[in-house]
Design a protein around this ligand. Structure first.
Ligand code: PLP
Length: 373
């Protein structure tokens, strides 16, 4: 490849040095082998307590034989929309009680599609301060008027909704906050303004909360995001809403229009996983594992926060301390990554611990023993 011009080399070196000096450098780890939550990573045998595979479906092997096309070949609006996509849309709508669905290749992209497809410069998008980065980025890309309210503060939401605009209002919130594990209240969000559209990102609630993992937004949200890369164990995402809303997004959402459709193989596998969730006991096992971890952490005096979802948090504070704690756990055979800014606010670095239906009680005991040291 061509050599990098010197100005750019200096830029790369300065960024790397800054990140190193602040304990903020991030590294890829290579998973060499996986059997459920037991993994070999860079030569170490570990228990995985940091993936979002809440139902243990991502690594599950099956006899599923795929005979269809691997790729879609083009965008949905060109020639990339296949029977596998239609089947997945139908399955999602029937499961989650929506009229229509729009498929995308990731949750990040789906958030960009939802907000840029709905909001323009005259509109107001009000968001929880701790919403996922993709929701915040989406509003910026939409060029709308942006306001954020303090985490879960419904008075703050009311205040921000008073911002004068000539267009329409959209409220966007995570259903379960990805780095804290706590929940939004969809009824309160909906009640905040009868004229605002409520968009709920259910990335961490689908497959985890609600009857048989249906999430928490069915009754109150107008538009919901379902991601496939977490509890559903594949990859990709869908926006679910009324026929009119989804039809509008099909015409207006550039992150959907100008991209290759989700590979049919992934669509088909996701449909299969949804059927597994609907007919099996994985959600119940996850619920019971969440309760076990909560109860044992309390009994042992381990200061874990959370348990209202599959996400638990051990607050640490400094970036260097969070890295050191993560390394200590690694040495005891437990994989928990350190979460640092900008993923979380300054001074709130933490260990984010996720529990799965695929963990055993012995796995969780191992985690707690390592945390108690
Ligand atoms: C709340 C939330 N929304 C959206 C996303 C993006 O989903 P995906 O990983 O499918 O791009 C994530 C993933 O990290 C998330 O936590």
């Amino acid at each position: 490849m061509a050599s990098i011009p010197s100005g750019w080399t200096a830029r790369l070196q300065a960024t790397s040095a800054l990140l190193q000096s602040r304990s903020r450098q991030r590294t890829y780890r290579t998973v060499e082998q996986r059997e459920g939550m037991r993994v070999r990573v860079d030569g170490s045998e570990l228990l995985d307590f940091c993936s979002n595979d809440y139902l243990g479906l991502a690594a599950r092997t099956s006899n599923y034989a795929w005979k269809g096309a691997a790729g879609s070949g083009s965008a949905h609006l060109v020639s990339g929309h296949t029977v596998e996509h239609v089947e997945l849309e139908r399955t999602l709508c029937a499961w989650l009680g929506a009229e229509s669905a729009l498929l995308l290749s990731s949750g990040y992209q789906a958030n960009l599609a939802a907000i840029t497809g709905l909001c323009g410069p005259d509109d107001l998008c009000v968001q929880d301060k701790l919403n996922h980065a993709s929701l915040l980025d989406a509003a910026q890309l939409a060029g709308c008027v942006r306001r954020r309210y303090p985490h879960l503060d419904m008075d703050g939401l009311q205040r921000q909704l008073q911002t004068p605009v000539s267009g329409l209002k959209l409220i966007a919130s995570d259903a379960v906050f990805s780095m804290d594990g706590d929940q939004a209240d969809p009824a309160a969000l909906r009640a905040a303004d009868p004229d605002a559209l409520l968009y709920l990102d259910e990335a961490h609630s689908i497959g985890v909360l609600g009857p048989n993992g249906e999430g928490i937004g069915r009754e109150h949200a107008h538009l919901r995001l379902v991601t496939f890369g977490k509890a559903l164990g594949t990859g990709g995402a869908a926006l679910l809403g009324s026929a009119a809303l989804i039809a509008h997004l099909r015409q207006t959402a550039r992150p959907s229009i100008f991209t290759t459709a989700l590979p049919p193989v992934l669509a088909a596998r996701t449909t299969q996983h949804i059927r597994t969730v609907q007919s099996g006991d994985a959600v119940a096992r996850l619920t019971s594992n969440r309760a076990y971890l909560r109860q044992r952490a309390d009994a042992l005096g381990v200061p874990l926060q959370g348990g209202d979802s599959a996400i638990f948090v051990l607050p640490i504070g400094s970036d260097a301390d969070a890295l050191a704690r993560s390394q200590q756990l690694w040495e005891r055979g437990v994989w928990v990554s350190a979460i640092r800014p900008p993923t979380v606010p300054e001074g709130t670095a933490r260990l984010r611990i996720t529990v799965s239906a695929a963990h055993t009680q012995a796995d969780m005991d191992t985690l707690l023993e390592a945390l108690a040291v």
